[in-house]
Design a protein around this ligand. Structure first.
Ligand code: PXP
Length: 257
């Protein structure tokens, strides 16, 4: 199982003080030397963390592939075409959200044009989709090579079941349920991810997954044979505060074996 390390949150901390500390390039070099298979970054429309200069430097200096997440906004897509990452992962984006809240809407009228433009620029395209069979079939129709399954619903359910989240202000709306109900939802979500991964692989897509994965919940997803790569950010960068980035990445890699 390959690991894409998302280093957006290193830039979040940098932006908190508007200084070049912590340096995302240092995070890149540590990620490479710690066994990351890919570096993942999100160029948001509001540039709240990663900016064009970061993307350019990372692409130029990285010894591992750069996976650039972006919306289908035409200005952003033009920038991505000029920057030429190995892969562009198309994600939905809302200005007010804390993080990418769900999969891409595959009915967006300009999605096909965006995919073609990226592919014409020799950029591999991945679609960040909810783990449902219709979206996997639709992704195949778009002629992309990759899909990334959104594991947010699984991760939220896991947190509500096995952590103290429900006793905090971050309790997830709609998931304040009994343990039995949460267990049922968790099993349903794992099955949805498994079935989506299986169909994707059968259709010839490369299937990645990510969002909300952490040291406690990653095993169930990492054990799905049809998934070849996980992209993980928040939990790795959060753990790195206490144990250092190298150890945090190595510990995650060990869980993926
Ligand atoms: N994959 C995609 C497409 C994402 O948008 C994100 C969040 O930026 C991640 C993976 C990583 O999610 P997390 O930070 O919750 O691990």
């Amino acid at each position: 199982m390959k690991l894409g390390v998302n280093i957006d949150h290193v830039a979040v901390l940098r932006e908190a003080r508007a200084v070049n500390d912590p340096d995302v390039l240092q995070a890149l070099f540590i990620a490479v030397s710690s066994g990351a298979d890919q570096i993942t970054i999100h160029l948001r429309e509001d540039r709240r963390h990663i900016n064009e200069a970061d993307v350019k430097n990372i692409i130029n200096l990285s010894k591992i592939p750069a996976n650039l997440e972006c919306s289908i906004n035409s200005e952003i897509v033009d920038i991505v075409c000029a920057l030429k990452p190995s892969r562009a992962t198309l994600v939905p984006e809302k200005r007010a959200e804390l993080t990418t809240e769900g999969g891409l809407n595959l009915n967006s009228p300009n999605l096909a044009n965006v995919i073609k433009k990226l592919q014409d620029n020799d950029i591999e395209v991945s679609l960040f989709v909810d783990p449902n069979l219709d979206d996997i079939r639709a992704s195949k129709e778009f002629g992309v090579q990759f899909v990334e399954l959104h594991t947010g619903a699984y991760s939220n359910t896991f947190l509500m079941l096995f952590s103290n989240l429900r006793h905090t202000k971050y309790s997830v709306n709609g998931l304040d349920l009994s343990k039995n109900e949460l267990k049922q939802i968790l099993n349903k979500e794992i099955n949805r991810i498994k079935e989506a991964a299986k169909l994707g692989k059968n259709l010839g897509l490369k299937v990645a997954a990510g969002h909300g994965l952490n040291y406690q919940n990653v095993k169930a997803i990492a054990s799905i044979d049809e998934i070849f790569e996980l992209n993980i950010g928040q939990s790795i960068i959060a753990r790195s505060i206490f144990v250092g980035l190298k150890t945090a990445i190595k510990e995650m890699k060990e869980l993926l074996i």
